[in-house]
Design a protein around this ligand. Structure first.
Ligand code: B12
Ligand code: SF4
Ligand code: SF4
Length: 346
């Protein structure tokens, strides 16, 4: 027989750190997405509005759903003391979590099907599917929603990726846990762009994660200085969170930094040909963005150094080898280069 306890125990053997069950009902917090969208906080992520109906009701994702199994997987591989916030967000330094978690979830589902002894419908979700993962994770008792809007497990912190599966089995749901942020406002105070406009509400249009990963066009000029050295994503609100001080880094090979992603040198990357940038992103969550967006971010980060020599290197994408760096010709990159040059000391 498949029980919530047995699923959680088997999930741990597959590399998930936490696993719980939420009811597949119309949870009241699911409706908040409509207000969030109405306030314009999604920016150009139009797919969120297109799928808002499904996101607000899991039974549109899987009509026969009775339970939602949610997993949380630690991905922080650690950083040397004093290394500061990484230019490439921690979640993107190892293997692409969409693939890793989907494979593990498929193995969990295969096991459940064997245990159940009778067929049942199920559908896996990892990030890009139309499921409000944090709401179900909170109802499953995996943690509480911190003021930065991320799910925090009081023992394991927030460096965790979510994923799960909706299924037609009636499983016992977990118990939500109380919010433990108290009077703390460290994440709101530290956010470089003031993107956490209210506790638990992020205006994506200001968030460096959105600006460096999701936004296709130019980063709005007034926000470019706040991008600082960030090349892909942002970890600032989690770096300062006290719940992330104690947990030990994960030793799971899937999340160990690859291809020098933990200490990227923006000038050296700019000088790589496009093939070389492909090697940086290959197999990671960065493959979901385009090379021109990455070059745009490199140009902005180089501009933010204010270093004349670094900025001069912007004239030699692909180390000056003709046709080696097509992505540098994109209008959005040229615009960022123009801006970066205006930041050179006179
Ligand atoms: C769109 C998106 C973004 C957008 C918008 C972020 C946002 N805060 O809404 C952008 C591009 C900015 C972004 C950035 C990041 N993201 Co993102 N993102 C998503 C995505 C695809 C959808 C989120 C969404 O629908 N947002 C809209 C809001 C309205 O919905 P929501 O986030 O679910 O929020 C609900 C809850 O907070 C709930 N709520 C609020 N208070 C309470 C209280 C209780 C008791 C309950 C039950 C619920 C509740 O109400 C809200 C509305 O329903 C999810 C994956 C998914 N399918 O869910 C990943 C996801 C949220 N992202 C994730 C990550 C890792 C990040 C980054 C850390 C990446 C990085 N390093 O750059 C940053 C963090 C920025 C931040 N502070 O949020 C992880 C978060 C894991 C975790 N521990 O929480 C997710 C779950 C992906 C995954 N599969 O692991 N992201
Ligand atoms: S990810 Fe960075 S920019 Fe986005 S809310 Fe957190 S600190 Fe602010
Ligand atoms: S930094 Fe403070 S307010 Fe923000 S999520 Fe962590 S505990 Fe909550």
């Amino acid at each position: 027989m498949v029980t919530s306890e047995a699923v959680a125990a088997h999930a741990r053997t597959l590399g998930f750190d936490r696993c719980g069950v939420a009811p597949a009902t119309a949870l009241p917090e699911l409706d908040r997405i409509h207000d969030w969208l109405a306030r314009g906080h999604a920016g150009e992520m139009r797919y969120l509005a297109r799928s808002a109906g499904t996101r607000a009701d899991i039974r549109r994702f899987l009509p026969s759903a009775q339970s939602v199994i949610v997993t949380a997987t630690r991905y922080d591989a650690g950083r040397p003391p004093g290394a500061g916030t990484p230019a490439i967000a921690r979640y993107a330094q190892g293997r692409d979590y969409h693939l890793v978690l989907a494979e593990r979830l498929q193995r969990l589902l295969d096991w459940m099907r064997e245990e159940a002894g009778a067929p049942f419908e199920a559908a896996i979700f990892v990030d890009k599917h139309h499921v409000q993962e944090r709401v179900f994770a909170a109802y499953a008792g995996l943690g509480f929603i911190g003021k930065h809007s991320l799910l925090i497990d009081p023992e394991l912190g927030s460096w965790m990726l979510l994923g799960g599966l909706a299924c037609a089995l009636p499983l016992e749901p977990g118990t939500p846990i109380a919010d433990q942020c108290g009077a703390c406002t460290l994440c709101l105070d530290a956010c470089p762009t003031g993107a956490i406009v209210e506790p638990r509400e992020v205006d994506a249009r200001r968030c460096l994660s959105y600006l460096t990963i999701e936004l296709e066009g130019p980063i709005p000029e007034p926000l470019r200085p706040s991008v600082g050295p960030h090349l892909f994503g942002c970890d600032v609100c989690q770096e300062v969170c006290p719940f992330n001080f104690a947990p030990a880094p994960t030793t799971d090979p899937a999340w160990q930094p690859q291809a020098g992603r933990d200490h990227p040198d923006p000038v050296a990357l700019w000088q790589r040909p496009d093939d070389g940038l492909h090697a940086l992103v290959a197999g990671s969550a960065m493959t979901h963005t385009s090379l021109s967006r990455l070059r745009r971010n490199l140009a902005v980060a180089i501009g933010n150094t204010g270093d004349a020599e670094a900025i001069a290197a912007l004239d030699r994408p692909g180390d000056g080898v003709r046709n080696a760096a097509h992505s540098a010709e994109a209008p959005v990159v040229r615009d960022a280069v123009r801006w970066a040059k205006s930041r050179a000391p006179r």
